[in-house]
Design a protein around this ligand. Structure first.
Ligand SMILES: CC(C)(COP(=O)(O)OP(=O)(O)OC[C@H]1O[C@@H](n2cnc3c(N)ncnc32)[C@H](O)[C@@H]1OP(=O)(O)O)[C@@H](O)C(=O)NCCC(=O)NCCS
Length: 195
């Protein structure tokens, strides 16, 4: 895992974006809260907040800080890397990955952009960099990405990055309103990268 930590748990840059590792401090939570507080929760219905936050968005600064701390413990410490995404110095989104060293397998984490930053190719731009690092530098054999079956924008984004649809996992996710949603699973293998 040392290689994963070294390559991924650090600030990264793409052509238009900066991916910054933010510790769950009050100052950083304020940045996140300021970016999301006026967003419409219906645009975030597929975002997978930590278990206690079965709602699309935190509803206060305090909840944002708590959610960042939970994420640090649940996702980052075991085997993840999480970034906040900045464009022109402004926080516009969140991104992350997990790594399973025993299978040389990477998995997508929780991703979202504020509404005004969606549909500009930012997600694909980030994945171009993550795929390069994973396949060329880390030696990963596989990257898996998942999305809810009716999240059309996410499906377009994932297929647009050349991922293969492996299948549909039925009723795998319970939504905040108690209904069950299928997940689509996409993968790309090392021997498909760059083709
Ligand atoms: C799902 C989500 C992460 C996808 O991110 P995104 O940045 O919008 O997606 P992409 O990087 O694939 O953007 C591609 C779109 O940008 C457009 N685009 C504009 N400039 C572009 C560029 N330079 N390069 C590529 N695409 C560009 C494309 O035409 C495409 O538009 P279309 O989807 O209308 O055809 C984002 O929409 C989001 O945050 N949704 C809400 C949260 C959510 O659902 N999260 C869970 C995801 S599983």
């Amino acid at each position: 895992m040392e290689n994963f930590y070294k390559l991924f748990r650090r600030d990264l840059k793409t052509k238009r974006l900066e991916l910054r590792v933010l510790e769950p401090t009050e100052e950083n939570a304020r940045l996140v809260w300021d970016a999301i507080k006026n967003e419409n929760p219906t645009n975030f219905k597929y975002v997978n907040w930590t278990p206690e936050y079965k709602k699309p968005l935190p509803e206060s600064f305090e909840e944002t800080l708590k959610q960042m701390k939970q994420e640090q413990e649940r996702d980052v410490i075991p085997n993840g890397a999480v970034w906040y995404v900045f464009h022109d110095g402004k926080l516009i989104g969140h991104h992350g990955v997990f790594y399973f060293d025993n299978n040389k397998s990477m998995q997508s984490g929780n991703v979202w952009f504020v509404k005004s930053a969606q549909g500009q190719g930012f997600n694909q731009e980030i994945w171009s960099l993550l795929m390069k690092k994973a396949f060329e530098e880390l030696g990963a054999n596989r990257i898996m990405r998942q999305c809810m079956a009716d999240n059309k924008q996410s499906q377009k984004s994932i297929s647009g990055s050349g991922f293969h649809l492996d299948g549909r996992v039925r009723a795998s996710t319970m939504m905040p309103d108690g209904t069950f949603m299928d997940q689509l699973v996409f993968t790309k293998l090392a021997n498909e990268y760059g083709k």
